[in-house]
Design a protein around this ligand. Sequence first.
Ligand code: SF4
Ligand code: SF4
Length: 419
Amino acid sequence: MQTNLADFIRDTEQGQEAEAILRSCVHCGFCNATCPTYQLLGDELDGPRGRIYLMKQMLEGQPVTAVTREHLDRCLTCRNCETTCPSGVQYGRLIDIGRELVERLSPRPTAERLLRAGLRKGLQSPALFGSLLKLGQSVRGLLPSALREHVPTSNTSASPAGGRAVQSDIQDSPDAREATATLTRHMLVLEGCVQPAMAPETNAAARRVLARLGIDLVAAPNAGCCGAIDQHLAAPDAAKTAMRRNIDAWWPHIEAGCEAIVMTASGCGSTVKEYGYHLRHDPAYAEKAALVSTLTRDLVEVLRDEDLSVLPAAPPRRIAFHPPCSLQHGQKLRGVIENILTRAGHELLPVDEAHLCCGSAGTYALLQPELSGQLRARKLSNLQARGPELIASANIGCQSHLAAASAVPVVHWISLLDC
Ligand code: SF4
Ligand code: SF4
């Protein structure tokens, strides 16, 4: 695509990166066929090709309005378009640049800015989020319906998958501490920001399963949100601060020889694998960030390389699996979890439109409730079509979003190996 960038951005690194991405787009429109918002709205400007064109206009110095911002806001950042694009257009990187620019060139009304600031603050602090969640649960019946559906009645205290009951940390009991002392391999795990309050059972199950494989999974207490929430809400400096904090928290463990940094939420994994890119110009952190990204593995990448025959046999279940966009489009890990679950004896049901987003997409469900709700209804209809006992997924955002409207329990897939 021919471009002629405006003076204000032409000679900047951002401008040059955006220009290279724009030039790689041949405007064929194949990506529209798999874009969830284009599927729903049928508007060229709510598909990737149209959004790319809007960003091109913005970078070329044409007027930027609230309409431009609205079309970019409706993008889920699901990156389905990247998977579809035959020209390798890096849409995810372009939309990050576009969102940052649109905030500057067409500032939001105060109420919207305050809402976004509140979300960034409230979601990223595990302590604050945990307190807000408890408060929300205590007055759930009084909340407006749009907010109520995001507040689960309680976090799961027993595994509906038939696995172990929740145990917040395998190292809590004396027996477990003794067992952990015999583990010879060590990996870090990210607890994250909302997962400890919403689904503490996920990391507890991951610890137990990995312990059976001889791997000790530890969390660095000072690590927190991976930075995705800030990054996707056009606050890249705050996102980089979160990334540096996590690197500092993990570094002593890396120096001590930890094998990998394990992600149990694919949304976080997708972001941490890009720390090297985001901090590439930071002289103090570039090398460390690159190493952190290299060491980062989704939980399934760890299990894929292990002998799983040592795990106790799981009671077989009929499962519909929802692969999060951050797993299949962000990390390009397609079919791996399904394969492991099948090998473990579970029946994996076919699911139509498995490539489409469920509508969760970080804060999207809160900021675009109507579109998000439509996508969830479509996703649940496909997931439940063949009568599964359980729906499994790999990201806390998708799990809680689907569970709020699902007729069958929604679990993290690791609970299906935790017997
Ligand atoms: S992003 Fe890719 S698929 Fe979409 S219009 Fe451009 S080249 Fe075609
Ligand atoms: S990231 Fe997803 S919603 Fe956004 S343009 Fe691409 S396919 Fe559409």
